[in-house]
Design a protein around this ligand. Structure first.
Ligand SMILES: Nc1ncnc2c1ncn2[C@@H]1O[C@H](COP(=O)(O)OP(=O)(O)OP(=O)(O)O)[C@@H](O)[C@H]1O
Ligand SMILES: [Mg+2]
Length: 309
């Protein structure tokens, strides 16, 4: 399957959104109390592993925007699964894995925007699709948003972010994580075919940068209040132990194609007047692959429009 980028995320667009964060309330999810500092931003205190008291700013931060929520269809079971994961205290990291165009970003984005901002006062959306939105930018921009000093050493930045994540409850979405893996880190990544992923050498699933590996390893295991949702085409090898099993605290959920019901709803929502049987016949020819169906819907509607004039 050819690579397709989300239509509306081309321009990195860093934006903090503190709109619905509650002001001055006591934040029970964090170690310390929280103090309102105006503009709906609160300062929360937390303690590092060695007992040092630190402070951090709450709020929602969109490093990028995926775009269109209106045409989003179905995925009720997946939404339930994500909600249950967010509320469990077992898995720190959930990896939503599938080949290109299966709807990982669309699902993650729609779900993220529905998360309760009272419960999750601090959240970050970051997409790795752009060259300039690499891991180091994610680190420094996220720390800046949290009001945590951005130290010169990137390794120190990783430690500081991990400390904040252990001490407070932050929700982070890492979208398109495969771009940080060797298989997709090449210059021609945008042209990368999924077929090439079928039998790749496991070392291609290593992160291009050791810094990213340190961060991933830091997320596994016990003792963090934060949650990370990763969308990726490939599982990073850093999340696996020597026997290939996922590390403690990490979970993988493959995302499958649309269900027949979702496909029918999608076609009808897009204004295509066809019977269920007709829709299923055409969708099954495309394996219910969401990106392929969206292109097909576009062609059908374009053709229909041009016949009208
Ligand atoms: N639930 C959905 N409802 C409506 N359209 C969808 C849905 N899921 C996916 N699509 C369509 O499929 C396209 C591709 O989806 P998306 O960008 O989420 O794929 P992806 O799995 O993140 O792919 P990649 O690995 O290339 O990033 C979307 O732009 C949209 O047109
Ligand atoms: Mg995506």
């Amino acid at each position: 399957m050819a690579d397709e980028k989300p239509k509306n995320s081309e321009v990195p667009h860093v934006q903090a959104d503190h709109g619905s964060t509650s002001v001055g309330s006591f934040n029970v999810g964090n170690v310390g109390g929280s103090v309102a500092v105006g503009n709906n931003i609160s300062i929360v205190n937390y303690y590092t592993a060695n007992g040092e008291k630190r402070e951090m700013r709450t709020g929602w931060f969109f490093g990028h925007r995926y775009g269109d929520l209106d045409s989003f269809t179905g995925r009720a079971a997946e939404m339930d699964m994500l909600n249950a994961w967010l509320n469990n205290d077992k898995d720190n990291l959930l990896m939503l894995r599938a080949l290109g165009g299966f709807g990982k970003s669309a699902l993650a984005w729609t779900w993220f925007n529905r998360v309760d901002r009272e419960q999750w006062q601090t959240a970050v959306w970051w997409s790795f699709y752009e060259k300039e939105s690499g891991f180091e930018s994610f680190l420094s921009e996220t720390l800046k948003h949290l009001g945590v000093e951005v130290k010169e050493s990137a390794r120190q930045q990783v430690n500081d972010l991990l400390e904040a994540m252990r001490g407070t409850n932050i929700l982070i979405v890492l979208d398109g994580f495969e771009r940080l893996l060797r298989q997709y880190g090449r210059m021609d990544a945008a042209l990368q075919s999924d077929d090439e992923d079928a039998d790749i050498d496991p070392s291609q699933r290593d992160c291009s940068s050791p810094l990213t590996e340190t961060f991933l390893r830091g997320l596994s295991g016990a003792g963090t209040k934060s949650k990370v949702l990763m969308t990726t085409r490939l599982c990073p090898r850093a999340l696996e132990s020597a026997d290939g099993k996922l590390l403690k605290g990490c979970r993988e959920e493959p995302l499958s194609a649309f269900s027949p019901d979702d496909a029918v709803t999608y076609f009808h929502n897009e204004g295509i007047k066809a019977t269920r049987a007709e829709i299923l016949a055409v969708c099954s020819a495309y394996g219910y692959h969401p990106l392929s169906l969206s292109l097909l819907v576009g062609l059908i509607n374009e053709d229909h429009e041009s016949r009208r004039y």
